[in-house]
Design a binder for this molecule. Structure first.
Ligand code: CA
Length: 234
């Protein structure tokens, strides 16, 4: 009765990293495909349509940004970037281009599995529909049909912008959402750099939703990248 485990394509040119990821995933029962170059990765992706792609940003034949763009021309599976600290700027651009999340090297097997689980859940929600009720931890409930938000049992009034912002984060629950994405979705394409708007509204949202807004449990900051709505303890 068990469903076949999801398949993951690993696109990474460094053999030790590729092996570590491969072995870790296989130990959890995932089906794993390996590629050493971007070209090989794109071919394997097209041939097997994996449930998720793990993508190194520094590939020998094309950069991860190019890879993400080309995959997104036809594929909607989650892309999780494997990035070095020095790739910071490229990482943000790849996330803006349609990658869904990232892991910073070095990372442990536990962190890798948690990221993959969240991204696969996101992929499944995007495919099958998310349902009309979103729950964040056991404290926040969002009725997406009635547009009602309850926090610890009490109805909370959000302004239209606060609500829009929250819904985008809910749609990407567990994963990072870049500043640019939030600004463009909420305020429009001309506002991609108006970070101060975002900061102001995020502060307000935290005040309304978080028990301790100064140390948010759910609406967390990803420095230099964006925000992440944490929904559970992974
Ligand atoms: Ca590399």
């Amino acid at each position: 009765m068990t469903d076949p485990k999801p398949s993951v394509l690993v696109v990474e040119d460094e053999a030790p990293m590729r092996k570590f990821v491969h072995v870790s995933l296989e130990a959890q029962g995932y089906r794993v495909l390996d590629a050493e170059t971007g070209k090989q990765g794109l071919e394997l992706a097209a041939a097997h349509v994996p449930d998720l792609v793990l993508l190194d940003l520094g590939l020998p034949d094309m950069d991860g940004l190019e890879f993400a763009k080309r995959l997104r021309e036809w594929g909607s599976m989650p892309i999780v970037i494997l990035s070095a600290r020095s790739d910071e700027e490229q990482k943000v651009r790849a996330l803006d281009e349609g990658a869904d999340d990232y892991l910073t090297k070095p990372f442990g097997a536990g962190e890798l599995m948690a990221r993959i689980r969240v991204a696969l859940r996101h992929g499944a929600r995007a495919r099958d529909g998310a349902g009309s009720l979103a729950r964040i931890g056991d404290e926040i409930e969002i009725d997406l049909v009635k547009r009602l938000v309850h926090v610890r049992g009490e109805e909370v009034h959000l302004t239209p912008i606060e609500y829009k912002l929250l819904v985008i984060l809910v749609k990407h629950a567990g994963m990072v959402v870049t500043h640019r994405h939030l600004l463009e979705q909420v305020w429009g394409p001309g506002h991609a750099h108006q970070m101060q708007y975002l900061r102001v509204y995020m502060t307000q949202l935290r005040r309304k939703l978080e028990k301790n807004p100064a140390r948010p449990k759910y609406l967390t900051t990803e420095p230099g990248v964006g925000y992440r709505l944490r929904t559970e303890a992974d």
